[in-house]
Every structure is written in structure tokens, then in C-alpha cells.
Design a protein around this ligand. Structure first.
Ligand code: 3PG
Length: 306
């Protein structure tokens, strides 16, 4: 049985070693394709793989066609919008994610970005503090919950909106549950995005919504670039010079944002939210265990396709 790790953005070496131990203990072989730059390299590497561990790497119909022996793909992470689920189902390939395993890392980065922002990107000018500010958490999943936990340490007042999470669950975490996205943006000084990229959410963070924020509003995005309506956010930020946008996922219109909004726009050059040794170990080893569990015992707990 051959398990391939295919990661354009590699795991920490210590995580790869942890994965190797799990795979070899099960009697399987581990192959590694890291930092690949061409899709052709992936198409070649998947040819004889029975299982695949990926991160944000794209697995589409072409990859699945090339992977003749493939039975399972595990996205070591939360969001699986990079995998064509219908194509995987059509190829009889099981797709899983590893929810929660990298969520603390992403939540910590939210605060790294926020401190950097409220201190004026460390330009020497007096900034502001997070204490006492209202933080809006858009979607109360694994990352959102960790964001609330860390925010409490900063003395922030947390609000959340999640269409799929019961209000009682949100309130039990010491967070005010609000009835809509609109109310969240209206109420909060900072809104942190933790929604997946789905047909419903794509482009949903638009001018009307962000325009509801009070003076000095900050939007922090450690979710997906696809949820932002970039042309409308550019329009809004051109009209409202008080709004700031900081993101861990470089927008398609990065050059325009950077040129027009110096001092109130920042993007990491490469998505760094889950890029810690701990998150890599947690998500990578969980992926390896899920593959072994699937082959040896038929466990499908984190399956995300039909
Ligand atoms: C996730 O969905 O788990 C995060 O966005 C992390 O993505 P990455 O593994 O590509 O860093």
C-alpha cells in the first residue's frame, strides 16, 4: 500500500517523520512530493498511490484520472474546497478532512494580524489596543471557538454569527450570539472570518456588509479569498478611508489593494495560518491515522463526499 504526501507548501519535517511512523507501523510505504511547481509532477506522482495526503493542493478530475490506484484522499486541514468531491465520488475515491487539528494555529495568527494592524503595521505611530473592543466571529466552528478563547485573554468582547450552530452553544462559550451577519458587522469593531468557501459564501463579504461597520472597522480574513467580493471591497475602501483589511490569503487583486490602501491593507505572502509545527503534526498524523483506519477497519468518520 503506497501513501503519497503531496504538498506544494510542505509540512514541518517533524510532522513528516510522525506521518512516516504511522504509515510504516501499518506496513505501508510512504512517498513524498513536496514543493512541486507543476501539475505534471503531481500527475506523475499519484500514478501508483493508493492514498493521498494533501493540504491546499488541488485534486481535480485530471488528478483523479491519473491516480488509477487511488482509494482515499485526506486533506490534512479543515477546508476541502480544493478537492472536486463529485469527481472523487465518480472515481470511487473517499475524501476526508481532519477538522480541528490546525484550528489553534489559525486562531493565534488572527491575533498576530490584529496586533500588527492596530499598532499601525509597526510604523512607529501610536496605535490602539484590542482590550475592550468588540470582536465579531463569523462562523463558530473550530477556528471561531479558538478565536473566542484567545480573545478573552485580550479582554475583547466577543460576538458571533453562525447559521448552523445553535445559539446556546455560542452563548455557553461566553460569546454573544447575534441573529445575522448584518448585525455582526454593525456591532463589532473587528470582524474575523471563519466561513468555508461554498457556493453560499463565495463573494458574500461585500460592500453592503462591510459598509455596515463603524468608523475604523477592521476585517481579518484567515478563511478563504473566495469569500470576499474583491471589486466591492476595493470600492468601499476607496470611499471609506477608515476601513482596514488584513488577510492571510492573498487576494487576486493584491497589487491594487496594496497600491491603493497602503497602511490599511496587509496580506501574508503565503497562507501561514496552519503553518506551525504543532498544526502540521496534529493534522498530518490525524490524516495518516485516518488512512490506516480506513484501510484496516473501514472507518469513514471524517468522510466529506458521498
Ligand atoms: C485549512 O483549511 O485547514 C487551512 O486553510 C490551512 O490550509 P493549508 O494546509 O494549505 O495551510
Amino acid at each position: 500500500m503506497k501513501v503519497l504526501i503531496a504538498t506544494e507548501k510542505p509540512f514541518a519535517a517533524v510532522a513528516v517523520e510522525g506521518i512516516r511512523k504511522e504509515i510504516e507501523a501499518a506496513g505501508y510505504e510512504l512517498a513524498l512530493l513536496e514543493k512541486y511547481t507543476e501539475k505534471a509532477q503531481l500527475l506523475d506522482a499519484v500514478k501508483d498511490a493508493n492514498a493521498l495526503i494533501i493540504r491546499s493542493d488541488k485534486v481535480d478530475n485530471e488528478v483523479l484520472d491519473a491516480a488509477k490506484e487511488l482509494k482515499i484522499v485526506v486533506r490534512a486541514g479543515a477546508g476541502y474546497d480544493n478537492v472536486d468531491l463529485d469527481a472523487a465520488t465518480a472515481h470511487n475515491v473517499c475524501v476526508m478532512n481532519t477538522p480541528g487539528q490546525n484550528s489553534n494555529a489559525v486562531a493565534e495568527l488572527v491575533f498576530g494580524l490584529l496586533v500588527f494592524t492596530v499598532r499601525n503595521f509597526f510604523n512607529g505611530k501610536a496605535g490602539t489596543e484590542l482590550k475592550g473592543k468588540k470582536l465579531g466571529i463569523l462562523a463558530f466552528g473550530n477556528v471561531g471557538r479558538n478565536v473566542a478563547r484567545v480573545a478573552a485573554g485580550f479582554g475583547m468582547e466577543c460576538y458571533a454569527y453562525d447559521a448552523y450552530c445553535p445559539k446556546e452553544v455560542i452563548e455557553a462559550a461566553g460569546v454573544h450570539a447575534v441573529d445575522s451577519q448584518d448585525v455582526l458587522f454593525e456591532t463589532c469593531d473587528v470582524v474575523s472570518l471563519h466561513i468555508p468557501a461554498t457556493p453560499e459564501t463565495k463573494q458574500s463579504i461585500n460592500k453592503a456588509l462591510v459598509g455596515k461597520m463603524k468608523k475604523g472597522g477592521i476585517v481579518v480574513n484567515t478563511a478563504r479569498k473566495e469569500v470576499i467580493n474583491e471589486p466591492e471591497l476595493i470600492e468601499l475602501m476607496s470611499e471609506r478611508e477608515d476601513i482596514k483589511y488584513v488577510t492571510d490569503i492573498m487576494p487576486d487583486a493584491h497589487a491594487e489593494f496594496a497600491e491603493k490602501f497602503a497602511g490599511r491593507y496587509f496580506s501574508t505572502p503565503k497562507k501561514m495560518g496552519a503553518q506551525t509545527a504543532e498544526a502540521n503534526i496534529n493534522a498530518g498524523i490525524a490524516a495518516a491515522k485516518q488512512i490506516v483506519g480506513y484501510f484496516k477497519e473501514g472507518i469513514e468518520r471524517f468522510r466529506v463526499n458521498k
